[in-house]
Design a protein around this ligand. Sequence first.
Ligand SMILES: [Zn+2]
Length: 227
Amino acid sequence: MPQIRPPLATPSITFDSNGLVTAIAQDRATGEVRMVAWMNAEALDKTLATGLATFYSRSRQKLWVKGETSGHRLRVHSVLADCDADTLLLLVDPEGASCHTGRPTCFFRLVTPEGVAEPGRTALPYLFELEETVAERASATAERSYTRSLLDGGAAKINVKIEEEASELARAIAGESDERVASEAADVLYHVLVGLRLRGVPLRSVVETLLARSARSGLAEKASRQK
Ligand SMILES: [Zn+2]
């Protein structure tokens, strides 16, 4: 069984009998699971050295750099191994769509007892799914909704709610129950999403701003500095 040299005080990676390990790519800003592929020791080595997700193609029997033809690369921030070190999780900053179908993620089919629906909701964590719901409400012409009425009222109407909910949250933090804090924080988040929608600013940009502030460099950055 090929083993990648262990640079850390953790077990080395357990490759299967074909010398491969499953690698899951997760968008570190949104938490969205983007794709799953295989790596051999060389692919893992190359990923760690270049900071670009590099996989092993079982059909073509060779390494491939994700996005080498499409340009939709996955810049790898960090690689984690699971408890028995036989599955890898890549935390990535994706450049463009990750699925060859043009969808952001490969996970767009919803499996139910009735079968597989296509396309289903993608593998978005809830806050980002809610962002999509707000966008859908914004463009729905027929039904009126609370979200729609806020957006129709523009910045003036949305800001009244943001300020109102923010002061309710502040009061809750100062001396109300944990439930009230969670509830008011939820109201603030929801109205922030509506405000972001009004301005066309993606929630992703907000998270990326936070990530930039934390400024912990990743593999991709380290690799580019070594050049
Ligand atoms: Zn795909």
